[in-house]
Design a protein around this ligand. Sequence first.
Ligand code: ADP
Ligand code: MG
Length: 231
Amino acid sequence: MRADIQRAEKMKTLGELAASIAHEVRNPLTVVSGFLQLMRPNEEGKNRQYLNFAMEELARAESIISDYLNFSKPHLTKLELVDLAEILNTIITLLTPMASKNNLFIDSALEERIYVFTDRGQLQQALVNVVKNAIEATPSGGKVNVSSAVVDGQARIIIADSGKGMNKEQLSRIGTLFFSTKEVGTGLGTAVAIRIIETMNGTIDYESEEGAGTTVTITLPLRAEQSYLSL
Ligand code: ADP
Ligand code: MG
């Protein structure tokens, strides 16, 4: 018991440390990214390509930092009415370039007028992390399906891919901090997504079959009036 408490304290301190480093490092990154953006129009050929690479890598560093910040501080700060179809469309638009680069397609079947009352930024981060993994798992020519509906008085989002899937051992480790099977993976994305969804009183469930694909089912409480109407 005592060891548990000590461990929890240690995790808390580590979390706070990670958060403050992430916070401090993010500012200079933003400045560097701003200067690179200013330089870009004046460059062509190889230099422009180098600037693009540099900016892509900065974006990657920023997204890793966001994950750390989110993991140590999953507070829902600004609650608002979020239209699920709208936020899912935004995420699809954001990730379409990544999908196209891998020669795959994001298909969607989104029910209109499903509202949740939550922190939009956090929800977007959780969903982006899940959809990104689906894209990364899917081979060229494949498809990722994103759908949303109201089921049993709850909002339900399904992200399904026909990618490489996971074996039992991998599936049992999903969501464990730093678990990654990727060469450049951080093993943060899923842990963050799970933490955010659970903070929202939602659930997130992974089903996967090696070689066949993965289906992630997320449920979220509907905005009060809407769940009353759907009874
Ligand atoms: P990362 O993407 O940096 O590896 P994540 O926490 O996002 O870290 O994911 C952890 C691991 O879970 C991945 O490396 C991968 O092995 C597995 N995983 C997550 N989503 C999927 C998916 N849709 N299909 C197959 N494996 C997945
Ligand atoms: Mg990931």
